[in-house]
Write a protein that binds this ligand. Structure first.
Ligand code: NAD
Ligand code: MG
Length: 402
């Protein structure tokens, strides 16, 4: 069976703005969002931003809107509506507020591609709405596929909407698959840096705090994904993301620790040949690739220098210590609503850890107990995914006295 992404490259969406692709940037104030705006600013002839959304950082949202002049600006936090509206008076931007507006904005006519850069479960509904409306998706928000990957990808196929990964590992796999439409994948190997605690054991991890977990050696990312990288949950979420993006069986997805973050992932084909995609760790590259696909755009990003970084090393992950990865693998293999439950419990656990309510290793306990507690549903409807998410969040929060 051919993989879902071994599809023919989709034509760049035609837009009503000359040849520029109109980007709806959902989650514009985050790490991915701000880097996407750097890419857009560097390519004004190729991209325009017509929708900007943020949850609470209204100051940065206002600044971005004044610079990029989108037609629509959405602030999740309704208490900031008047402030944003007044600040943008005279710019011509329509300002909306609230969670429902975030979803409604996904139906707007005046954008071609959604860059899904909201973090967590909150990204699911806007992304589904964009797909319903036939928008191309550049997907950074991996949780959308972890929670409801079957429904999201099915809808994308029905609507003939390309879902182009922004996550660096999945972008690597996607790039390795170009030209391989007729060939079968034997397996994919996702590379993981190992995060800031690579090589550490539980007696060390029991004492680590928020500040340590947020210091990633190779990538500068939002708080949630930084903690996920430190626990290796991020790689577990990415295994589930890969399953849906590339239509793989769980046993076709492996993880290898590669501390230098130069090889972004591997694809092995049936003839034993392995392809890899490489480059310096810089999210602007996969962001630009997804937005410009099927084109590559010349840029001045720093280049990898073989004479300076001769050592590329690989080792198996330590899932006895980093048990979150094992839990995510269990969810990957069992499927149903378990990945959704895992994700919800993880979001709550990370929230608790970031507020110093629980320790680093306690996050695993919260997730494991929530996975045991919530009723297993083998083939959930979208409604049941929402219910499982809500139940898992409440139970996980109760474990932490939140
Ligand atoms: P971030 O925390 O830096 O930014 C998140 C963005 O989402 C912000 O604009 C915020 O306003 C918005 N947001 C947060 N909660 C929201 C809510 N409840 N409703 C609406 N909007 C909300 O996160 P990030 O690091 O940019 O990551 C974004 C997504 O991309 C995540 O799913 C992450 O896993 C994925 N990703 C990030 C990186 C990276 O390098 N940062 C790499 C690969 C994948
Ligand atoms: Mg990644």
């Amino acid at each position: 069976m051919n993989s879902a992404t071994q599809q023919k490259p989709a034509a760049a969406p035609t837009s009503a703005d000359g040849n520029r692709k109109r980007i709806g940037l959902f989650g514009s104030t985050g790490s991915i969002g701000t880097q996407a705006l750097e890419v857009i600013a560097a390519n004004p002839d190729k991209f325009a931003v017509t929708v900007l959304t943020a949850n609470s950082n209204f100051e940065l949202l206002i600044e971005q809107a004044k610079k990029f002049r989108p037609q629509t600006v959405v602030i999740g936090d309704e208490s900031k509506f008047q402030t944003v509206k007044q600040a943008l008076a005279g710019t011509g931007a329509e300002v909306m507020a609230g969670d429902q507006s975030l979803v409604d904005a996904a139906s707007l006519e005046h954008y071609d591609m959604m860059l899904a850069a909201i973090v967590g479960f909150a990204g699911l509904r806007p992304t589904l709405r964009a797909i319903e409306n036939g928008k191309s998706i550049a997907l950074a928000n991996k949780e959308t596929l972890v929670v409801a990957g079957d429904i999201v990808m099915q809808q994308a196929v029905e609507k003939r909407v390309p879902v182009i990964p922004v996550d660096s590992e999945h972008s690597a796999i996607f790039q390795c698959l170009i030209g391989e439409t007729r060939n079968r994948i034997e397996k994919v190997v996702l590379t993981a840096s190992g995060g800031p605690f690579l090589g550490k054991k539980p007696n060390y991890l029991v004492n680590v705090k928020r500040e340590h977990a947020l210091q990633h050696p190779n990538w500068n990312m939002g708080a949630k994904i930084s903690v996920d990288s430190a626990t290796l949950m991020n790689k577990g979420l990415e295994m589930i993301e890969a399953k849906w993006l590339f239509n793989l069986r769980p046993e076709q997805i492996q993880v290898v620790i590669h501390p230098q973050s130069i090889v972004h992932s591997f694809v092995q084909f049936e003839d034993s040949s392995i392809k890899a995609q490489m480059g310096l760790p810089d999210m602007k590259l996969p962001i630009q690739y997804a937005m410009a696909f099927p084109q590559r755009i010349a840029n001045a990003f720093p280049r990898f220098d073989f004479s300076k970084s001769a050592q590329l090393t690989f080792e198996p992950p330590d899932i006895k210590t980093f048990r979150n990865l094992g839990l995510a693998m269990e969810a990957l293999y069992k499927g149903g609503n378990l990945p959704c439950v895992l994700n919800a419990a993880n979001e709550i656990a990370v929230y608790g850890f970031l507020r110093n309510r629980i320790g680093f290793l306690d996050m695993t306990e919260v997730i494991e107990q929530t996975m045991k507690k919530i009723h297993f549903i083998p083939k959930p409807t979208l409604e049941q995914y929402f219910e499982s998410d809500g139940e898992a969040r409440s139970f996980a929060a109760s474990l932490m006295n939140l």
